[in-house]
Design a protein around this ligand. Structure first.
Ligand code: ATP
Length: 210
């Protein structure tokens, strides 16, 4: 595998964390996982988005910056393999959906200062699933504060991600995870492993699971 820093992205409930664990185990890689459970504003945000969006987004950005900055300090980033289940830019994409214009501009200014000090992954694996499938996953894992997420919110997050990836021409493996079962079906993991190991094209590639 020629990559040293791989990031998995996708909408809420797409299955990023499961796949990140599996890839990290397969490659014996360093794993960086989103610490969303530590964000005290998240349950409050889902109850009252307008009031809590700004502290929520600031908290996420500060935590992710701390986590990813450590990676820069470890120094051996390009001798080993690191898998993360989020991209630092995720902060900005959620902020674009959740913050009013002026707050977004302020946030963006801080984001750019922080982003300039971080290392970017060499490739993104983007897990794509329709909103109905995301809602089904969210129901099954049953985090109480996520049970009333509107379809429209998931659709805007999806749209914001895909627009960003296309506009910036980020090297991305898009995987359709509508019927994914990475834990139960080895052939599904193999699609991702083969894509990582064989890919030679620049830009964006699309995969479905058997
Ligand atoms: N910047 C953000 N702004 C608002 N909410 C966020 C932000 N980042 C994460 N969240 C919320 O934190 C929770 C965890 O999100 P995330 O998408 O990282 O993980 P997940 O849904 O557990 O992913 P997966 O199922 O793909 O492993 C979700 O409720 C998500 O909406």
């Amino acid at each position: 595998m020629k990559y040293h820093f791989v990031t998995i992205e996708g909408n809420i409930g797409a299955g990023k964390t499961t796949l990140a664990h599996m890839l990290a185990r397969h490659y014996n890689a360093r794993l960086i996982l989103e610490q969303f459970a530590d964000n005290p504003f998240l349950p409050k945000f889902y109850e009252n988005p307008a009031q809590y969006a700004f502290p929520l987004e600031l908290f996420f950005m500060a935590e992710r910056y701390k986590q990813l900055k450590e990676l820069v300090h470890t120094g051996d980033l390009f001798q080993s393999l690191t898998i993360s289940d989020y991209l630092f830019t995720k902060c900005l994409l959620f902020a674009r959906v959740n913050l009013p214009e002026q707050e977004y501009k302020l946030y963006q200014g801080l984001f750019e200062i922080m982003q300039s000090q971080l290392v970017q992954p060499q490739i993104l694996i983007y897990l794509h699933a329709p909103v109905a499938k995301l809602q089904a996953n969210i129901r099954i894992r049953n985090r109480p504060y996520e049970q009333n997420i509107p379809d429209e919110y998931l659709a805007s997050i999806q749209e914001t991600y895909t627009q960003y990836i296309r506009q910036h021409n980020i090297r991305t493996l898009f995987v359709d995870v509508s019927n994914a079962d990475f834990l139960g079906n080895e052939a599904h993991l193999k699609v991702v492993l083969d894509a990582l190991e064989n890919d030679s094209e620049d830009g964006q590639q699309y995969f479905t699971l058997p």
